[in-house]
Design a protein around this ligand. Structure first.
Ligand SMILES: [Zn+2]
Length: 543
């Protein structure tokens, strides 16, 4: 469209995400900016020459923002074998699919599957199962959490991992009762098995696999398109190494980046950034560096989150920390001092106490508008909620976990499962609550996340902490303006207000009048980024 063409969007309900006037009748965009929002009659009078889009009773939202996902990894999973439950109903299903893929893949090439969740099956997945799919291809099956991988014997051989290989710091090679490797590699042990692009030490799970830049750009393009079709206009990759940064830069150069992208460099690069004199925020509205990412403990889905009280069906899970509390504090204080906003992966209450100790020390030494982020923030007890509020930290939550893995959480955590992600308590305490997907751990579609935040039901329909459920309006804020705040972009994104960038999404239905379980069936009718049509269900809608 022309640079200052005026477009009036009318005929639906407009959720603005503005505090004082959250709903409006219409809006006007001019080029890449929002020029008016409010009552239709007033806008018609103020902008007489505007052309009109009538959205026919649909719901208009600010462009949705995913403040924590894994953009490139999502693109890669979209082209690998889908091992997600319930599509993969049994281990045998998975073996059969992998064997079929192996039959048309040259011997010696990696075969990759993603989204596998061992907690859904009675049987264990072992290398001997995967050997039945192929012994001529190294096979790896990524756990849905991103924290584990299951491999066959060919992969162990390729990577020269012997039966007596020692466990690395921050990880474990799982063994059976006879001491034999089962092929399951936890957390930092993934470094040993994957054809990784770089060494990240014990700084997090290493899913930064070797790919060519062409493959990476193709993955970014694929995921970027899927995001726009799902109503996302901005995403933040929560674990960026030089591999991802190069892919996003090259994709942008080629015009294939799709969505606005914020990068969170992983903590292993702290010294490098320091020597460059570089800390986020840095970049522009399409590609930037945001917070630095740290890991405190393991994953809730994988049973490695660090709780004060052991958990698991037999009380067998204690969880694991990536660092000692003192190491974590040293790193976080140093990053804060260098000027970084930090985002710390933290699930269990034991880990969260250590993270808050570190953040409190950092902020006390050098107070500022820090916006430090707690990624996932699975189990903050009431005392921890109070500390988060006092500190002014932000929680970045994934309510899809409660749906996808809620039945396992209930079995493993009992009553504590109802207090996971206590978003109502957090809002009451004044904490900025953000919703995100952690894709490809869960669905990247914001409507899935919004539904799970409102419903708080497991995959089998069991309630999980329903007293902590959000209202539709709260969930929308958490996926728009609060997410923009976490990314330090709330002055130009996250709400439909005059002067902001024209990132607009139209849901294909009336979001305010459907039952929560029907939200998923609504698609996205229109996605505008910078006022340009990036996705339209109705192909005649171009302007
Ligand atoms: Zn993540």
């Amino acid at each position: 469209m022309g640079s200052d063409a005026l477009i009036l969007i009318r005929g639906g309900r407009v959720f603005t995400a503005a505090r004082d006037a959250p709903w409006a009748e219409a809006l006007v965009i001019s080029g890449s900016q929002i020029s008016g929002v409010g009552r239709l009659d007033e806008l018609l009078e103020r902008f007489p020459g505007a052309s009109t889009i009538d959205v026919g009773g649909r719901t208009v939202l600010p462009g949705l923002i995913d403040a924590h996902n894994h953009f490139l990894a999502t693109g890669e999973s979209l082209s690998s074998v889908d091992a997600r439950y319930p599509g993969t109903a049994t281990v045998e299903d998975l073996v059969r699919t992998l064997a079929e893929v192996a039959s048309r893949t040259p011997a010696g090439e990696w075969i990759t599957a993603s989204g596998f969740d061992d907690a859904k099956y009675d049987e264990l997945l072992t290398r001997w199962d995967l050997n039945r799919a192929s012994d001529a291809h190294p096979i790896r099956v990524h756990h849905v959490s991103g924290h584990h991988v299951f491999v066959n014997s060919a992969a162990l051989e390729l990577r020269a991992i012997a039966e007596d290989a020692p466990d690395p710091q921050g990880g474990r090679l799982v063994r059976d009762a006879n001491g034999r490797l089962t092929g399951q590699c936890l957390d930092a042990a993934m470094n040993l098995i994957l054809p990784v692009a770089l060494d990240i030490g014990a700084h997090g799970p290493n899913f930064h696999t070797q790919t060519t830049i062409e493959e990476s750009v193709a993955g970014v393009e694929r995921a970027g398109r899927a995001f726009l079709e799902a109503g996302l206009t901005t995403v933040c990759d929560a674990q960026v190494t030089r591999r991802e940064l190069k892919a996003y830069r090259e994709a942008r150069r080629q015009g294939k980046l799709g969505v606005r992208t914020v990068c969170m460099p992983l903590s292993h690069q702290r010294d490098d950034y320091r020597s460059l004199g570089l800390a986020g925020p840095f970049g522009d509205d399409h590609l930037s560096i945001g917070a630095m990412k740290f890991y405190a403990d393991g994953s809730l889905i994988g049973g490695t989150a660090a709780f004060e009280e052991p958990y698991g069906e037999h009380g067998e899970l204690e969880g694991s920390m990536y660092w000692s509390p003192a190491e974590l504090q040293d790193m976080i204080v140093a990053a804060h001092t260098d000027g970084w906003q930090v985002g710390v992966h933290v699930q269990g209450d034991r880990a969260m106490a250590a993270v808050l100790d570190a953040l409190e020390a950092a902020v006390a030494a050098a107070p500022r508008d820090h916006r430090h982020r707690l990624e996932h923030a699975g189990y903050p007890t009431p005392a921890l909620v109070e500390r988060i509020a006092r500190l002014g930290a932000i929680t970045i939550n994934q309510t899809n976990y409660l749906h996808d893995s809620g039945d396992e959480f209930l079995a493993r955590l009992g009553d504590r499962a109802h207090k996971l992600q206590p978003l109502r308590d957090e809002l009451n305490a004044g904490i900025t609550v953000v919703l995100s997907s952690d894709s490809d751990v869960t669905s990247y579609r914001p409507l899935d996340t919004i539904r799970s935040a409102i419903e708080r039901r497991t995959r089998t329909g069991a309630p999980i902490g329903t007293s902590q459920a959000l209202t539709l309006e709260e969930a929308l804020r958490a996926h728009t303006i609060s997410a923009a705040y976490a990314l330090r972009m709330e002055d130009r994104l996250g709400s439909i207000e005059v002067g902001k960038l024209a990132d607009i999404v139209v849901i294909d239905g009336d979001l305010t009048h459907v039952a929560a379980e029907e939200i998923l069936s609504l698609g996205i009718w229109l996605t505008l980024l910078d006022g340009e049509v990036m996705h339209a269900r109705d192909p005649s809608l171009s302007f």
